[in-house]
Design a protein around this ligand. Structure first.
Ligand code: PLP
Length: 385
């Protein structure tokens, strides 16, 4: 994967031609509308739901990082997915990874099914199975790799061949990896989705979402849908994400380094039953990841040997915070069962391994020794709070 110029793109993004003040930081164009010099004339900006200079700078920056033609910024990752689903209609069929972020599952199973879109949720790591599920109505394959929270890995290149051979779109949620570690468009994907709330923003302070496209046709269709749905990213939040992106590779390299240390440490604890981290050589998807990505990112899931241990950790952590979300500078411990995947029916959840012993750790930028000390004291504190 060609990473030349990535740091520079994160810092300088896209050079716009409309600001001539010399501002080093991209100005926040806090304007809902833009005046015209005369009839039939436009500065290129008309109304901020359609486009805004600060957001445009961010969109071009994200597109540049992913190697896409362009990107569209939304008010959250879910706003991006909801708009994306407007591309599909009654009778369409979509194959999706069975282990997805709970909000994506809720969107597909509740809202999209209501519109008459049919889904097959399968292990997309099994390409033969995937091939066998394609029908003439199949319009898209939607994957997360690794998945949230079980860290299943899918082979993007192989799946893209199935998609192309069947005239279906390959959509990849690249939230966990970011373009620093993985570039799905280079591997044959058609659309990349991001919760920009996570690593791209990186500071647990802003919600955002992106669709990155590499064809003019999809770009035109999705821009039309985006302005119609209207879930656009505000100028100030665009600026916050731009600021976050400046340090994206620096943060991710550090988070990955710490994640490896923590995964190795967790493996040695007798109260930890299993560690799910794609950076561990024994992870079943490790070889695919090494082939299609340049790193392992900073997300670890692990299961403990009993529910009360999970409870003890969640109740007693002091430095690490018990919260949903991921990818920020602060480490967060999440309980998928009651948080990110609370709306997934219990039986389905259990089948996937999302039970009362599963925890998800988003590794931040703290010292690894402090994070280990925090987990250790949380486990050792008798009885909880
Ligand atoms: N995709 C993944 C993998 C996520 O983890 C999330 C949120 O946790 C989303 C999409 C949705 O993003 P947002 O919370 O910004 O709406």
């Amino acid at each position: 994967m060609d990473q030349r110029g990535f740091y520079t793109k994160c810092i300088h993004g896209y050079k716009n031609s409309y600001d001539n003040t010399g501002a080093v930081s991209v100005p926040i164009y806090q304007s809902a509308t833009f005046a015209h010099h005369g009839l039939g004339e436009s500065t290129g900006f008309d109304y901020s739901r359609l486009s805004n200079p600060t957001r445009e700078h961010l969109e071009k920056t994200v597109a540049g990082l992913e190697g896409g033609l362009d990107a569209i910024a939304f008010s959250s990752g879910m706003a991006a997915s909801t708009t994306l689903m407007e591309m599909f209609r009654q009778g369409d069929h979509i194959i999706a990874s069975e282990d997805l972020y709970g909000g994506s599952l809720r969107l597909f199973n509740v809202l999209s099914r209501k519109k008459g879109i049919d889904f097959d949720f399968i292990d997309t790591g099994d390409v033969d199975l995937l091939r066998s599920r394609v029908r003439k109505e199949t319009k898209a394959i939607f994957i997360e790799t690794p998945t949230n929270p079980m860290m299943h890995v899918s082979d993007i290149e192989q799946i893209s061949e199935v998609a192309k051979g069947n005239d279906a779109l390959l959509i990849v949620d690249n939230t966990f990896m970011t373009p620093w570690f993985q570039k799905p468009l280079d591997l044959g994907a058609d659309i990349v989705l991001h919760s920009g709330t996570k690593y791209l923003g990186g500071h647990n302070d802003t919600l955002a979402g992106f669709l990155v496209l590499n064809s003019q046709e999809h770009l035109d269709e999705l821009r039309y849908l985006a302005k119609t749905v209207g879930a656009c990213l505000s100028p100030f939040d665009s600026w916050l994400i731009l600021r976050g992106i400046k340090t994206l590779p620096l943060r991710l390299e550090s988070q990955q380094k710490t994640a490896l240390i923590l995964a190795e440490w967790l493996k040695k604890q007798e109260w930890v039953k299993k560690v799910y981290y794609i950076g561990l050589p024994e992870h079943p998807g490790h070889e695919i990841i090494k082939r299609q990505a340049t790193g392992f990112s900073g997300m670890i899931s692990f299961s403990v040997s009993a529910r009360d241990i999970a409870e003890r950790l969640l109740n007693n952590i002091k430095l690490i915070q018990f919260a949903e979300s991921l990818g920020g500078v602060e480490s967060l411990l999440t309980y998928p069962m009651t948080q990110t995947h609370a709306d997934v029916p219990e039986e389905e959840r259990r089948k996937k391994g999302i039970n009362d012993c599963l925890l998800r750790l988003s590794v931040g930028l703290e010292d690894p020794s402090d994070l280990i000390a925090d987990l250790k004291q949380a486990f050792e504190l008798p009885g909880g709070k």
